[in-house]
Design a protein around this ligand. Structure first.
Ligand SMILES: NC(=O)c1ccc[n+]([C@@H]2O[C@H](COP(=O)([O-])OP(=O)(O)OC[C@H]3O[C@@H](n4cnc5c(N)ncnc54)[C@H](OP(=O)(O)O)[C@@H]3O)[C@@H](O)[C@H]2O)c1
Length: 332
């Protein structure tokens, strides 16, 4: 049996329960892993609340898609992995099919990346989702090039910080957007060329000022909602407004007619575009691994919580106070 986090009803962090569950045996193409650390992400909070892009198909439901651990058993037909091997889990599956908030969990082999002995479990759980998301959206989808300006909203989130680092590594200039001034200095220390405080400043006006009136090549927005109309004003002709989150929780209008039908590409994106395609995952993983090796990329971990305090971890996530990743450790 394995301590496993499940929710039996939708709701706030308090609905998360620690149940003893038999993880079962891995089927063809699956692997049973011992989980050592878990990356906590907005998608799980939304899934728990019944507000994610997919609903739980049955309750109680498991959750979690980012982790680091060690292979225990291989299902039939799994090659290239062996028991005892350290691995990271990347989000390449629906939480309706698998969930890693547990002491032990079954995951598809295609969601596992080998974890070098130099990468500890907390780092192995914290880096992949943010950097695969940032690389996929910025390099593969948007084609960000050296000299481009990239605007990143919710910049202090795990994905936001990875996006600042990725833009810089691609030779682009990252501009961070954050709601209050509280995190501005830390965003500059993480490589933002400029910080725009959305609670105090006209974001589009400031980006246009910083880019000599041209606008940014791309805006990567995790907030969505009515603010996208203003953000669209900050995009250069032919540029992209990429939506990769919905922090505002409000309906998102299409920014078109009221802006004079600009030459604007609006694109939605999830990391699963990358992680569910073996070739794209191989390329993205190679890019992220090289960034981790040369020091351009690193885990920015805000706080650690033990698995038994998973509700507190989600409360902290929901508070919006964080700077970087929240990671849950599985103590034995
Ligand atoms: N598309 C994908 O594949 C993908 C993958 C992973 C994550 N995401 C998205 O990326 C975003 C970040 O995810 P995460 O798990 O790294 O961190 P997170 O905990 O969801 O993000 C925290 C940050 O979001 C900002 N924020 C919180 N509430 C907000 C609100 N109501 N309005 C505006 N901003 C708000 C705050 O940043 P400031 O204080 O700096 O403003 C806060 O520090 C989420 O929207 C998530 O859904 C997308």
């Amino acid at each position: 049996m394995a301590l496993t986090v499940r929710f039996h009803e939708y709701g706030g962090p308090e609905v998360l329960r620690l149940d003893e569950v038999d993880p079962g045996e891995p089927a063809a193409g699956e692997v049973l892993i011992r989980v050592d650390a878990i990356g906590v992400n907005r998608a799980e909070a939304l899934f728990r609340a019944g507000q994610y892009i997919e609903q739980a198909l049955e309750l109680p439901a498991r959750l979690g898609a980012e982790a680091a651990g060690v292979v225990e058993r291989l299902g039939p037909g799994v090659d290239g992995l062996e028991p005892g091997q350290a691995v990271s889990v990347v989000p390449a599956f629906s939480q309706n099919d698998y969930g890693v908030y547990a002491e032990r969990a079954i995951v598809p082999a295609r969601a596992l990346l080998p974890r070098p002995s130099t990468v500890d479990a907390v780092t192995g759980a914290a880096v992949w989702m943010p950097y695969l998301t940032a690389y996929g959206a910025m390099a593969e989808v948007t084609g960000l090039r050296p000299g481009d300006v990239a605007v990143v909203t919710a910049a202090s989130s795990g994905v936001g910080l990875a996006a600042l680092h990725t833009a810089a590594r691609l030779g682009a200039t990252p501009i961070a957007v954050t709601r209050t001034r509280a995190k501005a200095d830390r965003l500059l220390a993480e490589g933002a060329a400029e910080v725009v405080v959305s609670g105090e400043q006209d974001v589009a006006g400031r980006v246009l000022e910083l880019t000599g009136g041209r606008g940014a090549a791309a805006v990567f927005d995790a907030v969505a909602g009515p603010g996208v109309v203003d953000l669209a004003r900050a995009v250069a002709a032919g540029g992209t407004l990429l939506l990769w989150g919905a922090q505002s929780g409000r309906p998102t209008p299409y920014p078109g007619f009221e802006l004079g039908m600009p030459a604007l590409n609006v694109r939605t994106f999830t990391v699963q575009e990358i992680t569910r395609d073996a070739d794209r995952l191989r390329r993205a993983a190679a890019y992220v691994a090289s960034g981790l090796r040369d020091g351009a990329f690193r885990a920015v971990v805000d706080r650690l919580f033990p698995l038994t305090e998973i509700a507190a971890a989600h409360r902290y996530l929901d508070s919006g106070a964080r700077f970087g990743k929240v990671v849950v450790t599985v103590r034995r």
